[in-house]
Ligand binder design. Structure first.
Ligand code: IYR
Length: 226
């Protein structure tokens, strides 16, 4: 096994004041991010999506395998096909597969099986996890921590979109196998999540949610009795 050559780390150090400023500004920016279900059909330049994918692809990954594929759909005919297939699965999910407890959990959010945004948005980005790769001789090459790696990359994708003023939604039409077929992806790739991407519709509304407080989500130096 050869090693990567090691090079000096191009680190960035800020004065304390500047660190506070950046930390607060970034938190304020991210605290305004919301999942949006009402999109505008206004076009979004392809280059912006490219840059968001480049940013996502800087995510850390198991053994640096970068086991993500961002499949981008701008063609209205393919978007239509995705909408029809997603709504068929979602309808079954909402009407037959979801237990009552799940339906009750979703009720306050006002979501249902209708997914018109899949045809309205300028871009759909379907992220696939690459379950394994291949050696040059064709043998399967294992990937590591695929779900974790792809999840992190997706978080960075959402962040990149928000930072440039675009909106998205983490949509998981379930089961998602139809996406591999419609998009003609190979067997070693599995659909992970679908992102409709665009500008929010001017009349878009979001549920007035509260986020958990820091105390609810962060635990410092716990010392359980042993
Ligand atoms: N995948 C469905 C259902 C859904 C599930 C959860 I958990 C949500 O937070 C929202 C929706 C859908 O995308 O509608």
């Amino acid at each position: 096994m050869t090693h990567y050559p090691f090079v000096p780390f191009d680190s960035q150090r800020y004065e304390p004041e500047e660190m506070w400023r950046r930390a607060d500004a970034f938190h304020e920016l991210m605290d305004r991010r919301r999942s949006i279900r009402h999109f505008s059909g206004e076009p979004v330049p392809r280059e912006l999506i490219e840059t968001a994918i480049r940013t996502a692809s800087t995510a850390p990954s198991g053994a640096h395998r970068q086991p993500w594929r961002f499949v981008v759909i701008g063609d209205p005919a393919i978007k239509h096909e995705i909408r029809v297939a997603a709504e068929a699965e979602e309808r079954k999910t909402y009407e037959q597969r979801m237990p009552d407890e799940w339906l009750q959990a979703l009720a306050p959010l006002g979501v249902d099986w209708h997914k018109p945004f899949l045809e309205i948005v300028p871009w759909i980005v379907v992220v696939f996890e690459e379950l394994y790769g291949f050696y040059p001789d064709g043998r399967k090459r294992k990937n590591y921590y695929v779900r974790e790696s792809v999840g992190i990359a997706c978080g960075m994708f959402i962040t990149a979109l928000h930072q440039m003023g675009l909106a998205t939604l983490t949509h998981t039409p379930s089961p998602m196998g139809f996406l591999r077929e419609i998009l003609g992806r190979p067997k070693n790739e599995k659909p992970y999540i679908l992102f409709p991407v665009g500008y929010p519709a001017p009349e878009a509304e979001v549920p007035d949610l509260e986020r958990k407080t820091l105390d609810e989500v962060a635990i410092w130096d716990p010392r359980p009795e042993r």
